[in-house]
Design a binder for this molecule. Sequence first.
Ligand SMILES: Cc1ncc(COP(=O)(O)O)c(C=O)c1O
Length: 393
Amino acid sequence: MRVSQKAAQFTESVIREMTRQAIQHNAVNLAQGFPDFAAPEAIKLVAQQAVAADINQYAITWGAQNFRRSIADKFATWQRIEIDPEREITVCCGSTEAMIATLLALVDPGEEVIVFEPFYENYGPDAILSGATPRYVTLHPPIEENDEWSFDPTALRAAFNSKTRAIILNTPHNPTGKVFTRTELELIRDLCVEFDVLAITDEIYEHILYDGAVHISIATIEGMRERTVTINSLSKSYSVTGWRVGWAIAPPALTAAIRKVHDFLTVGAAAPLQAAGAAALALPGSYYTELAAKYNERRNLLLTALRQAGFKAFKPGGAYYIMTDIASFHFADDRAFAAHLVQQVGIATVPGSSFYSPPGGGSQQIRFAFCKQLSTLHRAIEKLQSIQLGQLQ
Ligand SMILES: Cc1ncc(COP(=O)(O)O)c(C=O)c1O
């Protein structure tokens, strides 16, 4: 039977497929970015209470009022931007839905959307589904493992043209861990203003930062508030990826369109979990400091182990992934190496090519996720010790 041309243009998610392979081979799952440790007790309790109190029917389509209020309060506290929760927020089923709803609402078929490559896998199919033509700008790995990934400003400028409708940003960045600097964001702002382009920014790792890195929302850069959609979710900051609660913040006219698309895509996000979301967003600042410290320990542990095992492991400034270069192992490509790791070594990872447009780069890269219990990471590290450089050739 025939399927739509849209659906035929992309494959199943490689990231989610690697989780299935991890289960099949009983491997340690360092592939998909979900924590294997408990979510904060306080917010789980509010979720339970919300179900018991019968907050079990549809919430308002664009989000329960108190949850939208807490999103606005948190944005004001952390980014110093006042937004109107009645007209500038759409609560969605995760940032995944927020992104596709935004693209469907704001981009027309034939228009171009700029994406930094490598990119979080979903953005490719998102662009196809919304009819947009993606235009990729390369993020180059650093020569030294501890330096930042970077882009060529000339290449970025060359990607902008009269058909460009939006640029998708993701900071802190999956898979590289890059945290975009103010200078980089100002450069992007200059181009967005010059070419009258929207910024759609995925900031779900905003609190997972290392070595003093600071997260800057591009909406806070002068001239950008009125042309930015800021996407975020509960998934990563509160370790509840299965709750599927996210949101898009945008000026009223853009929000009105996003809300319409969102309504007909999903009607709304889970009502009791929005109630718990309001409690999550009210957690004290110390919660985020502890979260980042916990991830810092895991990052350092895995980084050291990967380097000892022979990987060139790029040090992330944020998020909870380590992108590696596998050239020294002399495998045919990333997929062959990832298959070997999951089947023979017992570690599921994500092949680098899933973060590049086909037939693009990444064939000598592998991504490891470290959002795991220390005991899980130690199991993975034991396995890594069996693949010291040389033993695989
Ligand atoms: C950059 C990025 N955006 C979005 C998502 C999905 O987020 P959500 O669970 O809010 O849909 C992920 C998950 O790994 C991600 O890495």
